[in-house]
Ligand binder design. Sequence first.
Ligand code: ATP
Ligand code: MG
Length: 465
Amino acid sequence: MKLTRKLIDLNIKWKLTLWSSCLMILLFFSYNLFQYFFIQNWLIAQEKQTIQTRMDEVLAYLKDTNHAQNGLDIQRANDFLDKINQESQMIRLLNQKGEEVFSTSDDFPEDEIKPKLVNRSELDEVKINEDRILVLRAPFNEGTVEIGRSLEKSDELMKYFFFVMIAGGIGATGLSLLGGRLISHQLLKSVNKIVDTMKRIKKKGLKERVQIGAHKDEITELGMMFNDLMDDLERSFLQQKQFVEDASHELKTPLTIIHGHLSLINRWGKEDPKVLERSIGLSLKEVDRLIQLVAELLELSRADANHQEDLIHFDVIKPNVVIDRVLENVKLINNDFEININREANEHSLIKIPSRYLEQILLIAFDNAVKFAKDKKVIDVRTVNTGNLFTIEIKDYGIGIPKEDLPFVLNRFYRVDKARSRKSGGSGLGLSIAKRLVENYGGNLLLTSSEGKWTQISIQLPLVT
Ligand code: ATP
Ligand code: MG
């Protein structure tokens, strides 16, 4: 019970080794056993053949020399038989009474074989002192010829062979154990690679992958499948992360506006009912937007993260209405700024984007313009129709962006001066979110700047015709 439990719990490397070794041992022993019995039978058949041939020779000689008148010349026969006899063999002639007429033997326990008369040829196998002996008897002249042959030599050979077999078996077992271990090691190398990768992933994170070799087999396929799975997992993990970041950024914009209005009320609103009323009205609108936003975020997070794009809505809106609304908020909150607007675009222009997204894009641009302004607190806004695009340009005269940083500021989390941006609370997400939103609705976001002088952001969205 305990042993079987232990065998089941063995790792695959040992299981494979044991199985392959057991199989090899079984194969080796069954083959050797077969060989052993085959050789043994063959040897005995050979001995029987030899004893029969001897008998034929003896009988032929005896018949030849046995003359009817003078009987057998015992002396001559004895000489002849002495000559043809071999080691471990006996030739004996019995008369009709069963008495020995003559006998010859060489290294053979002759006395142990009892004389016996027979009427027809008879082959016996007797055992004397652990040695097997074949005795062939054949009738002759009312007497019997007996030939005994010891199987000691062939038995010894078989014993020797048996030891060689056992030694070979033990050697083969060792070799097959080694071979099995080698094969399983080779086979499991790829599996171990996957296991190692999993361990590394657990320790270091989702970036690790299984190294795939040049040759292709089932286990490399497993590795490739695993890598694909990890790619998917990493992608969805990053998507989730991005979703949370974007959602937080989206929530931040209305909160910033509400914060602006509350500060305004705190400073002047208490005495000026006009400011108070306007700021409270605008703040309430932002709170409504926040409520709507949270509801939408919940809806989004419930939907499969991979199908966020399906939720893109194509509302047709008048950009000028949204621009006015945003400008009103921005002007009120940043009343130390001079904000000019130059409307060159057709005032009836229509574009396809939900108004809250355009509002978010504009707020991201104004937030930067205010945040990175120096002493010249001026922001110029211009709308223009270029071809089939509606373009909104927002230009500030602040610190600008160095040429070498310009290609990267649209990337997520990229900030020109890390220390400074942290102080002003930036996370480096605004522009990347604005760019993705604009591009989702078929537009472009362009950024141009001259370091230390100005920065201009152009929001281009396709016109609805
Ligand atoms: P967030 O918008 O997420 O609060 P942020 O403003 O730092 O943080 P982005 O709006 O993506 O992030 O801007 C990225 C970087 O580009 C900024 O950190 C800043 O260095 C530079 N940048 C963006 N707009 C301007 C601008 N108008 N003037 C100067 N630098 C700018
Ligand atoms: Mg920003």
